[in-house]
Design a protein around this ligand. Structure first.
Ligand SMILES: Cc1cc2nc3c(=O)[nH]c(=O)nc-3n(C[C@H](O)[C@H](O)[C@H](O)COP(=O)(O)O)c2cc1C
Length: 198
């Protein structure tokens, strides 16, 4: 992650480095971990992948979360299969981290409300869009709704999805030799780390 190369001889330290990158990704808009790719299984079994913004990270729960429109296809996909894949890649350090996670949708519950209150007016306005994501449209799409859009209506489309990761697949590309490890048992003080062929 970015400035350090993980040392696979230290499983706890390697996991710690990943956690530090996630904290930075939440707080620094230009950090390479700010954006990641979310993979789901489509309703017709076709793999689906898309770019997402890292909105939050709870280190104790090993959970990251994203904000999305409850009407979006990814919600139906997660309802059908809550196992998701998350992917980060940092080009300067040539480190890729792929995480397997279990997703939980929060809609009109305390977690959704708390995170709605914390979100900016600009973020909220996105959810005021009248037309549901992926709906076929004719011509040029309507501009993003105004920032002072109907807050209750926007909230009725707002969902938070928590993704608790269980396994990390860390790959480091290097001219000195590629390295790769699978890290699991993340709830233990020292996670289990297995080096694998890159
Ligand atoms: C840089 C970037 C960041 C994005 N962040 C989010 C996000 O945080 N939440 C979201 O729902 N969609 C986000 N999107 C849009 C998704 O990639 C995707 O196109 C959209 O959510 C529809 O996905 P779905 O049809 O699979 O549900 C982002 C797209 C880009 C290009």
């Amino acid at each position: 992650m970015t400035t350090h190369i993980p040392d696979f001889s230290d499983p706890a330290g390697t996991f710690r480095l990943f956690c530090e990158c996630l904290h930075k990704g939440v707080n620094e808009i230009n950090h390479p971990y700010r954006f990641y790719y979310l993979g789901t299984i489509g309703l017709d079994n076709t793999p689906q992948i898309r770019t997402m913004i890292l909105r939050g990270f709870d280190e104790a729960k090993r959970s990251i979360w994203f904000l999305t429109d409850i009407r979006s296809p990814k919600i139906s996909e997660i309802r059908q299969n809550s196992t998701v894949s998350l992917l980060w890649y940092d080009n300067p350090s040539r480190v890729q981290v792929r995480a397997t996670a279990t997703a939980t949708i929060h809609y009109q519950d305390k977690i959704a409300k708390d995170r709605w209150i914390l979100s900016t007016a600009t973020s909220r306005s996105i959810f005021a869009a009248e037309v549901a994501p992926s709906t076929p449209i004719e011509g040029i799409p309507k501009l993003t709704p105004e920032i002072n859009a109907d807050d209750d209506l926007a909230y009725s489309r707002f969902a938070v999805v928590d993704c608790v990761f269980s396994t990390l697949d860390v790959l480091i590309l290097s001219i000195h030799g590629n390295q790769r490890a699978i890290i699991d048992q993340l709830d233990l003080p020292i996670p289990r780390l297995q080096r694998v062929q890159a």
